[in-house]
Design a protein around this ligand. Structure first.
Ligand code: HEC
Ligand SMILES: [Cu+2]
Length: 343
């Protein structure tokens, strides 16, 4: 029956990440609250319809001008309820957004209509996100063309993927197996085929996979957990993860820094040149020429490359040429990985 699948696909999904129960409890509360008021309003309405029916003789409609008490009640009660739900939602949101300790970082580039995924050792996959069970993971995502949205229903996480900047998702997956990933932002004709699989394995199996590209034998990529009504042709093009990476993104970034001429102005060993050294800048708080403080993160570096004069590091002249249009998204990711590696 349609209502059974509707139920299963909204409230009956497996809870496969640490945040999933937090999201579900609030969702259930909203559903039960709505049902409570639906019943309350319906019962009162039906009761009044019968009680004050026109056929009842000997009654004259009273002239009622209003009631401040009633109006106050039906304003204040929903207000309090809404604020309560807001505070509860905010708490969950902040939990989701809090930075995690030593996450496994994974770069994702969305494009019409697939997901390119790359790990810090250079292993690349198409539409196949392999994850270690019970370990913090941080996805660093961007889009090459239009807006996409990375959505793993079983994990209860969803984030827009935006061209020209990075957005991130942090989570801990708890259930081994294969989970479906949807693009949740309409992005053109093949949007509904923009599917991927999140494959959760034990941490040792994950390490093995990042080294060799071999998933453990017990993983069946066609057995998707809790995918009610999901298309059977999910991401047919999964799994080119078996090709051995020849270089890590950081190594490619180092080569790029040379070939794109960055080394003329930037050192990797802390020496000040025309521009600041890359060494140890990632994650640092820096002062800009206008006195504002910024934290060097992925978005800041991207901005520094594309539009260097938007934010000038204090003590330097704005002499860096803009690289907008000269660097591909992959190259920006590689340069960031390189700068990150210079601790
Ligand atoms: C002509 C010299 C020059 C070249 C070439 C150059 N930069 Fe810069 N870069 C600078 C200067 C000067 C600054 C500091 C002023 C500013 O913030 O724009 C800077 C700032 C930066 C910052 C911010 C550093 C910080 O401490 O906040 C990053 C990141 C950066 N450059 C990366 C690069 C990369 C990557 C390339 C090559 C693709 C590159 N730069 C090429 C001169 C250069
Ligand atoms: Cu999409």
């Amino acid at each position: 029956m349609f209502w059974q699948s509707a139920y299963a696909s909204t409230v009956g999904l497996p809870q496969s990440s640490t945040i999933a129960p937090t999201v579900d409890i609030l969702y259930d509360f909203l559903v039960y609250l709505s049902v409570f008021f639906l019943i309350l309003v319906t019962v009162v309405m039906v009761y009044f319809t019968v009680k004050y029916h026109r056929s009842k003789t000997g009654r004259e409609t009273a002239y009622i001008v209003g009631s401040h008490t009633l109006e106050t009640i039906w304003t204040v009660v929903p207000l309090v309820l809404m604020l309560f739900v807001f505070a509860w939602g905010l708490k969950g949101y902040r939990e989701m957004r809090a930075p995690m300790k030593d996450p496994v970082e994974i770069n994702i580039i969305g494009r019409q209509w697939l997901w390119n995924i790359e790990y810090t050792n250079g292993r690349k996959t198409l539409n196949e996100l392999v994850l270690p069970k019970g370990k913090p993971v941080r996805l660093i995502m961007t889009s090459e063309d239009v807006l996409h949205s990375f959505f793993i229903p079983n994990f209860r996480i969803k984030q827009d993927v935006v061209p020209g900047r990075f957005t991130t998702l942090s989570f801990i997956a708890t259930q081994p197996g294969v989970h479906i990933v949807f693009c949740a932002e309409y992005c053109g004709t093949a949007h509904s085929d923009m599917l991927a699989k999140a494959v959760v394995v034990e941490p040792e199996e994950f390490d093995e996979w990042t080294r060799t590209g071999k998933l453990p034998a017990h993983v069946n990529l066609n057995q998707i957990i809790g995918a009610v009504g999901a298309p059977t042709s999910v991401a047919a093009a999964t799994g080119n993860g078996s090709s051995q990476p020849s270089q890590t993104p950081a190594e490619r970034g180092k080569a790029l820094a040379a070939s794109k001429g960055c080394i003329a102005c930037h050192s990797d060993n802390g020496t000040r040149m025309v521009g600041p050294s890359y060494k140890g800048i990632f994650g640092k708080k820096e002062e800009m020429a206008d006195g504002t403080m910024v934290t060097v993160d992925e978005n800041y570096i991207r901005k520094s490359l594309m539009d260097p004069n938007a934010q000038i590091v204090k003590g330097y002249t704005p002499s860096m040429p803009p690289f907008a249009g000269l660097l591909k998204d992959e190259e920006v990711n590689d340069l960031i990985a390189y700068i990150k590696s210079l601790k």
